[in-house]
Design a protein around this ligand. Structure first.
Ligand SMILES: Cc1cc2nc3c(=O)[nH]c(=O)nc-3n(C[C@H](O)[C@H](O)[C@H](O)COP(=O)(O)OP(=O)(O)OC[C@H]3O[C@@H](n4cnc5c(N)ncnc54)[C@H](O)[C@@H]3O)c2cc1C
Length: 143
């Protein structure tokens, strides 16, 4: 929690950074001169996905339940870095939880298992959906 910093402005050769206390109140303003600087912008979700009403949090990450499923759209599951995960702790400058490849592999395994279970539980409904959508004469082997 010590030494929270927030970038306020960047010009050609100087960055203004505010140092905050634990309540997020300005403690000190720093002017940092530089010849070369790299700043990674805040991570946000994909615009098209973020624009779906009720699917995402304000940062554009997909809201899911413990089954990796959207509470608003039960036919949508979400895995990977696009998922909304609460921060590990509250900090004056907002931070995200790290999302690693291993974590995402577990999400994918859980989702695949949940989709199989869902299809098995609703096999009659699922067959009807496929039948309604298929082109041409109904065929048993398409189900
Ligand atoms: C530098 C770095 C090092 C890392 N090292 C490790 C590590 O050592 N171990 C570890 O476990 N994890 C590591 N990670 C994290 C890991 O790479 C990610 O967590 C993982 O790749 C996320 O997988 P994903 O499928 O969710 O997203 P991504 O791998 O980011 O895949 C998203 C895909 O969606 C595509 N896409 C984006 N927008 C659109 C759009 N509008 N339409 C269509 N496609 C789109 C992108 O092109 C991309 O192919 C590292 C990440 C970085 C950046």
């Amino acid at each position: 929690m010590d030494r929270e910093r927030k970038i306020i402005a960047v010009t050609t050769n100087e960055m203004t950074v505010n140092e905050l206390d634990e309540n997020g109140t300005l403690k000190k303003e720093h002017k940092l001169p530089f010849a070369y600087s790299a700043v990674i912008p805040a991570f946000k979700g994909v615009e098209a996905v973020a624009a779906v009403p009720g699917l995402c949090n304000p940062r554009g990450f997909v809201l899911i339940d413990k089954h990796q499923r959207s509470p608003k759209y039960p036919h949508i599951f979400s895995v990977g870095v696009c998922v909304a995960i609460p921060p590990v702790e509250v900090t004056p400058v907002a931070t995200g939880a790290p999302k690693t490849g291993y974590m995402i592999e577990s999400m994918v395994s859980a989702t695949a298992t949940n989709i199989v279970a869902e299809l098995a539980a609703n096999s009659t409904t699922q067959c009807n959906v496929v039948q309604e959508r298929q082109v041409g004469a109904p065929r048993e082997d398409r189900l």
